[in-house]
Design a protein around this ligand. Structure first.
Ligand SMILES: Cc1cc2nc3c(=O)[nH]c(=O)nc-3n(C[C@H](O)[C@H](O)[C@H](O)COP(=O)(O)OP(=O)(O)OC[C@H]3O[C@@H](n4cnc5c(N)ncnc54)[C@H](O)[C@@H]3O)c2cc1C
Length: 434
């Protein structure tokens, strides 16, 4: 295990030396120009010089991850989609061994100790997985259920829950949404009532990604009757405790390979020391945790959009209608150019938000803008690209139809578009005063 992680660090260093030599000879610039003049349709290979936030180390990290995706994940995606589940423990162990479940987490707890821009790089690379469900499940483990624990949790909690999650030995899930409360997180009903040294938990969670396979949940529950933004706590909840019941696995429009559960809690007893950070701060911690979740989601969808546009260019370039390739019709290649332009604009916004975030700035507004735009743009990309595939786009045989189904979630999950608009308006000071 240590060998794999050491090997990754070594690879990062080697790449860094090789690429900086290339770059110092002016190779990065010339290479790009040559490619453009030779072929106007293929993209130049990605280099650190092209990028605002990525160094050679980021690119080396992505390259190592790509090998795992190609060898261990993509060959099985169709089967997992058909089965409605992927083997989270097996895949997380592979990713954990290689260090990809905690790139920005402390070395003390098995992480690589890098900054959040490396998580963004990992999220972008995971967009090469040929479905949305598996990367989403990985993101829940690495960047949605664990940031608050890493930042505010006690050493004991980090030993028990963070370390094994980063190593891929435990599967995590995030329990925020409920049957009666999704967009309005402050109105959740699940209660954790203090009895001696324990909380007794009653209620339930809805839409829990990884929920049927998870070993523990980062649970948001009401721990007092105080005001709704100050009465909540995040609690590390082992899923094998008496009273935790997986009520059902939910059938969905998309994200088939990701299991989504409804979970009930009936007098579940958990030690009070399992609370993350300060009791009553759960709402605030969760709002902070959402920032990383949202940036991660945008990074992940960018690559998926790139890939769908590229596959559409390939397909429409060889499929003829009215004696010429579909792609040659101006409405088609202009539309694809417009969409690619918007993808690049979104990428710039993401990188700007990430660069500010790793310097310690509050990027709530930019992260919300990126999430809003990501959700809306992915719907446009999916709809336009599917159209150009004609009847083929309506079959289950092609990636574009899976992308159409899977990517629809981005405008809903992790805060719907309207919730993002509300946050942006708050920062613009345009919300009507109550
Ligand atoms: C596949 C999947 C996986 C998920 N995984 C997880 C998970 O792991 N953990 C977790 O906690 N949750 C998870 N969720 C839940 C997800 O975050 C919620 O679905 C989302 O927050 C929306 O909540 P809701 O479904 O209750 O919609 P509601 O809150 O009922 O909202 C319905 C709609 O109302 C509209 N709306 C909302 N606010 C406003 C407003 N201010 N003005 C106007 N219109 C508005 C929006 O269009 C919204 O879609 C998942 C959901 C899905 C579908």
């Amino acid at each position: 295990m240590a060998l794999h992680r050491g090997a990754l660090r070594l690879t990062l260093l080697r790449h860094s030396r090789h690429l900086s030599k290339f770059s110092s000879l002016g190779g990065v610039r010339l290479a790009s120009e040559n490619v453009v003049s030779q072929s106007a349709t293929s993209s130049p290979p990605e280099t650190a010089g092209d990028n605002l936030i990525y160094t050679q180390e980021h690119l080396a990290l992505k390259e190592s991850l790509r090998k795992i995706i190609d060898q261990e994940i993509n060959p099985h995606v169709d089967q997992w989609e058909a089965e409605g589940k992927f083997p989270a423990h097996k895949i997380f162990k592979i990713l954990g061994n290689a260090g990809f479940l905690g790139v920005n987490k402390p070395v003390k707890y098995g992480g690589l100790g890098l900054d959040f821009s490396y998580s963004v790089a990992v999220a972008e690379e995971l967009g090469n997985i040929r479905c949305g469900g598996v990367p989403m499940a990985i993101g829940v483990q690495s960047d949605m259920a664990t940031p608050a624990l890493a930042r505010f949790g006690s050493d004991e909690l980090k030993e028990e829950f963070l370390l094994p999650s980063i190593m891929g030995d435990k599967v995590a899930c995030l329990g925020v949404s409920e049957v009666g409360a999704g967009s309005d997180v402050s109105s959740i009903r699940t209660k954790a009532v203090r009895k001696g040294d324990e909380y007794v938990i009653n209620g339930g969670k809805m839409w829990t990604t990884n929920g049927t396979q998870a070993d523990w949940m980062c649970l948001l529950a009401n721990t007092s009757d105080g005001p709704p933004h100050r009465n909540k706590s995040l609690i590390c909840l082992p899923m094998n405790l008496p009273g935790v019941q997986i009520a059902r696995k939910i059938d969905k429009l998309g994200m088939w390979s990701s299991d989504t559960a409804e979970v009930f809690f009936d007098d579940v007893r958990v030690p009070c020391k399992n609370v993350i950070g300060q009791e009553g701060m759960g709402f605030t911690y969760q709002m902070l945790q959402f920032q990383e979740e949202r940036l991660w989601g945008v990074a992940n969808i960018l690559t998926a959009m790139d890939n769908i546009i590229q596959e559409t260019i390939q397909y429409t370039g060889q499929r003829k209608v009215f004696r010429q390739p579909v792609l040659y019709h101006q409405s088609v290649h202009f539309r694809l150019a417009e969409l690619q332009t918007e993808v690049e604009l979104l990428r710039s916004l993401l990188y700007r938000a990430t660069a500010l975030y790793i310097k310690g700035n509050d990027v709530t507004k930019l992260a919300s803008m990126a999430k809003l735009k990501g959700g809306r743009l992915t719907r446009e990309v999916a709809d336009s690209c599917l159209q150009y595939w004609g009847g083929m786009g309506f079959t289950s045989d092609v990636m574009v139809s899976r992308f159409y189904r899977d990517s629809r979630l981005l405008s809903i999950g992790g805060g719907a578009d309207e919730v993002m608009l509300g946050i942006i308006c708050k920062y613009m000071d345009t919300l009507p005063k109550k």
